[in-house]
Structures are given as C-alpha cells and as structure tokens.
Design a protein. Structure first.
Lengths: 292, 80
C-alpha cells in the first residue's frame, strides 16, 4: 500500500491473528507516514452473545466457516453449518470501536490497494449530510433467491460509525428492555422485516449472504443513509465481465473507454479506473441474470 | 543529477486492547453534522482510518498483505 497520509488500522482479531500481525508489523521500521495499529481482541463468546442479544440474525452463508467442536453450545441458528460470527461483526463494528473512531474504511482481507487509499478516504467528503454508509451498488445484478443482496458487495464499505451509533443501527435486548421512551428504536429491524419478512423462532430465514444480506436490507430500505461507492472501488467486476476492460490497452483514451465499457448501470458512460484488487474467492459458481 | 532520499520519522504504535463488545449507553447520541463537527486544525493531516476483521491466523496472513505498507522515499531528480 502506497499512502500519502498517516494510517490507522483498527483490527478485530483473536490471539492467533494478533501474534501473526505483530510479527509482520515489527518488520516495518521506516514508513514515510505514521502508522497506528490497534488490536481489539474479542472473545468468540462475546461475539456470539452480542448476536444473540440482537435476537433475530441468522445466515446460511459459508464465508468464514470454522468447524467447531462445541457446535451444540452455539445459541445461533445457522443452517447445517457453523458460521464464524466474526463475519456478522461487520454489522457491529460501530459498537466495538471507541467513540473517537468517527468513521472508517472496511475492506475484506482478500483484497489490496492498487492506489493511494487517501483517494478512497476522500469519498467521505462527497456524501450528503444524512449518509452513513457507502457500498458498491449494481442495480442490474439481481438474484431473487438472495433477496437481490447481490446488488451490493459488503466486501468494501465506507462507514460513518458515529452516525450508525446515533441511530442505534443494530437492535439489542438491552434496548428492548428500556421502557423510558426516551430513546430511538434500533434502525435495522424494520428494514430486515421489510426484506425478509417477520423473523421466525430461529430468526430470519433464507438469508443467504450473511452480513451482506443485512446490509442490503438496510441500504435498500433507507436510501437516505446510503451513497453508492464509485465502481473504481468495487470488487464485483469479475461477475460483470470486468466491464469489458482488459489488459494491454493502456493507451486507450477515456472517450474510447466510455464507449466500450458495459454493465455499468447508472454509471454507464463513465470510465472505471480500478483502484482496488479483490481476490474474491468463491466456492461455487452462481448464475446471475442481467436485467439490462 | 542529484538523488535526494528523505524519509519521514516513523511512528509505529501497537496497542493491544481488550475492548468490550457492548451496546451504546442509553444516552442518545447527537447526530454528527457539519455544524457540530470539530474542524481539523491547520496543518494536521487526517489519517486514513481502516476498520478490519481478522479473526484467525489465516485471516491475518491475508490481511497482512492488505495492510502491507511499502517503504518509499522522496526522490528529487534534477537534470543539468
């Protein structure tokens, strides 16, 4: 990563990850800009407990699956598999990090930057005041089995934590127990119900894409807090024929590119300049129909 | 031709923090708006802040590549 600014990394991790990262980071002795790394070592049980306090989260997504011996002790209701709750922690990061972490860039670990991350950070400055979340958005990438959660990719997100804290993004039994009437209800539950229907005894059913399905419920129902992230930063281009781009044409002019690129939806007529590479490991292929 | 290499002072700070995963207090938090956002002081460079999840050694091995920061130095090239 080549950066023109200081960097802060706030990392939710376990002891194994901490030890490995510590060994790597200690090799870095002369960065051009200051770098701060903070580890937030959450216990597995604390993550399970927080999800349980939400009360209705459920997913069949395979990402992050870990085979655990104490399957029967999990108070989560995942379909035929144990899902590492760390993936669902993407919905709770605003609670994990201290209040002085106002906003941050989230990126899945299977990606790396091709350009200065400062360019991505500057996207925050292009938001309207109500916006709290920015995720790549492809309105023509539909899959009804997934409630169309394929229209976004939560692999990369710009999150304004303070705004998410102020609206209490995720519900909790702690909030539900409060009878004062002084506090707003959590933002997310009505959006979940609107997309998935009322939760059953084991929570929302058929939520296939883990946290991404829940983020989709939130941003599709509350467009006032959502700002689509430019495709320069999106990580789903492999499912979109790379928009018709290819290697070996560095001399192509922008005008030529504008006419050549496709699958750009609302951004048709623009030029995509990739700034992030996502390895995007997919376990099995999925047929996705283009509506346009 | 003069090659001038300069590197800024590095500050690599490790904080190991046991944070409690807990809901916000019952006090409603004010919405952040341009009116109540503290302006950045002049000459203060705002850092780029990342929030990441690496909940296994394997995940950390992937993530280490993501956060790998390249060594670099300013190079001034003058041709006479």
């Amino acid at each position: 990563m080549y950066t023109s600014r200081p960097l802060e990394f706030h990392i939710i991790c376990d002891d194994g990850a901490t030890a490995y990262l510590d060994s790597r980071l200690r090799l870095l002795t002369h960065p051009v800009h200051p770098i701060t790394v903070r580890f937030y070592r959450l216990s597995f049980q604390s993550m399970v407990d927080r999800i349980a306090r939400e009360g209705s989260l459920n997913t069949g997504h395979a990402a992050g699956v870990r085979k655990l011996l104490y399957l029967s002790t999990l108070p989560l209701y995942f379909s035929n598999q144990v899902v590492d709750p760390a993936g669902l922690m993407k919905l709770f990061m605003h609670e994990v990090f201290p209040d002085n972490i106002e906003k941050a860039i989230y990126v899945d670990t299977d990606a790396f930057f091709l350009t200065d991350p400062t360019l991505l950070w500057e996207e925050f400055s292009r938001w309207d005041p109500s916006v709290a979340v920015s995720i790549p958005y492809h309105p023509n990438l539909v899959n009804h089995e997934w409630f169309n959660a394929s229209e976004i990719c939560s692999c990369i997100m710009l999150l304004h934590f303070n705004k998410l804290r102020s609206v209490r993004l995720m519900d909790s039994s702690v909030y539900r127990a409060d009878r004062s009437g002084l506090y707003p209800p959590a933002l997310a539950p009505p959006t979940f119900t609107a997309l998935f229907g009322p939760p059953g005894p084991h929570g929302y059913t058929h939520v296939a894409l883990g946290d991404q399905s829940y983020w989709w419920a939130i941003v599709s129902n509350r467009s006032d807090i959502f700002h689509p992230l430019p495709y320069d930063w999106e990580v789903t281009s492999c499912l979109l024929d790379m928009y018709g781009t290819a290697l070996g044409a560095d001399g192509t002019s922008e005008d030529e590119e504008k006419n050549a690129l496709y699958h750009l939806g609302p951004h048709q007529g623009t030029v995509v300049v990739p700034k992030l590479l996502h390895l995007c490991v997919i376990f099995h292929s999925t047929i996705i129909r283009y509506e346009s | 031709m003069i090659l001038l290499f300069g590197a800024a002072v590095a500050a690599l700070v490790f904080f190991s923090q046991h944070s409690l995963l807990s809901e916000s207090s019952l006090d409603p938090r004010p919405l952040i708006s341009p009116q109540n956002t503290v302006a950045t002081a002049p000459f203060t460079v705002e850092p780029v802040v990342f929030a990441l999840i690496m909940y296994s050694e394997n995940s950390a091995k992937e993530g280490a590549i993501l956060i790998k920061v390249a060594f670099s130095a300013w190079i001034d090239i003058e041709t006479k």
